[in-house]
Design a binder for this molecule. Structure first.
Ligand SMILES: Nc1nc2c(ncn2[C@@H]2O[C@H](COP(=O)(O)OP(=O)(O)O)[C@@H](O)[C@H]2O)c(=O)[nH]1
Ligand SMILES: [Mg+2]
Length: 194
């Protein structure tokens, strides 16, 4: 059962003019492509349909708005493998994200999805900088934790905690094993409510 039974995809935006009205509260979810963002969103919201939506070709480079409940939104931000994209695409991405972070009064927090095996990348540092500039809290999901042995995962968590140096809270997560889901949901709900 989804705790957001009315959750639905609303629209994809390629420019600030297309963003939804800036009312209520919303939480953004970001992650380098292939980090496991779509899988994390599905498990946290408990709606398989969300995966299909974000796998729609073309939408991975757009800002995707979902309504979880009246006045509460989840926003799936575009991500990519940092080294692979052309400068033009990266410039557009940067502008779109900057417009998003700077314009949204309703933005209450950021969930940053990071592959636990990669630690923090340049992409993640950029997202942390965007969030810091507008003073919103960030929670890092170190996902695919099932791919590491327990001790390795614990070490990764400590290393990332140290690298974050208080800029964000952080937890281990596995969409596959459904580990850390309650903690992630608690953080999402906290961002949407406070
Ligand atoms: N083992 C494992 N694989 C995962 C996990 N989360 C995602 N994946 C896999 O990683 C790949 C990318 O996942 P996806 O959610 O599409 O990543 P996105 O590009 O960030 O949206 C897919 O093959 C997923 O099945 C996880 O927690 N554990
Ligand atoms: Mg995805």
């Amino acid at each position: 059962m989804s705790q957001y039974p009315e959750a639905r995809f609303i629209l994809s935006a390629n420019a600030a003019a297309q963003f939804l009205p800036d009312t209520g509260r919303e939480v953004a979810v970001a992650g380098r492509s292939n980090a496991g963002k779509s899988s994390a969103i599905n498990v946290i919201v408990n709606r398989r349909q969300f995966a299909r939506t974000s796998k729609t070709p073309g939408r991975t480079q757009l800002v995707n708005f979902f309504e979880l409940a009246p006045g509460k939104r989840l926003v799936d931000l575009p991500g990519y493998g940092f080294a692979k994209v052309a400068d033009k695409v990266r410039a557009h991405w940067g502008r779109l994200l900057q417009d998003y972070f700077e314009s949204r009064e309703s933005l209450a927090g950021l969930l940053l999805v990071v592959d636990v095996r990669r630690r923090l990348t340049a992409f993640d540092e950029q997202m942390l900088a965007f969030a810091e500039a507008v003073e919103i809290p960030v929670h890092v999901l170190l996902t695919k934790a099932d791919k590491l042995k327990r001790g390795q995962a614990a070490t990764a968590l400590l290393e990332v905690e140290k690298a974050l140096a208080g800029r964000a809270s952080v937890q281990l997560f596995s969409a596959l094993k459904r580990d850390g889901v309650e903690e992630a949901r608690g953080t999402l709900n906290g961002f949407l409510e406070t």
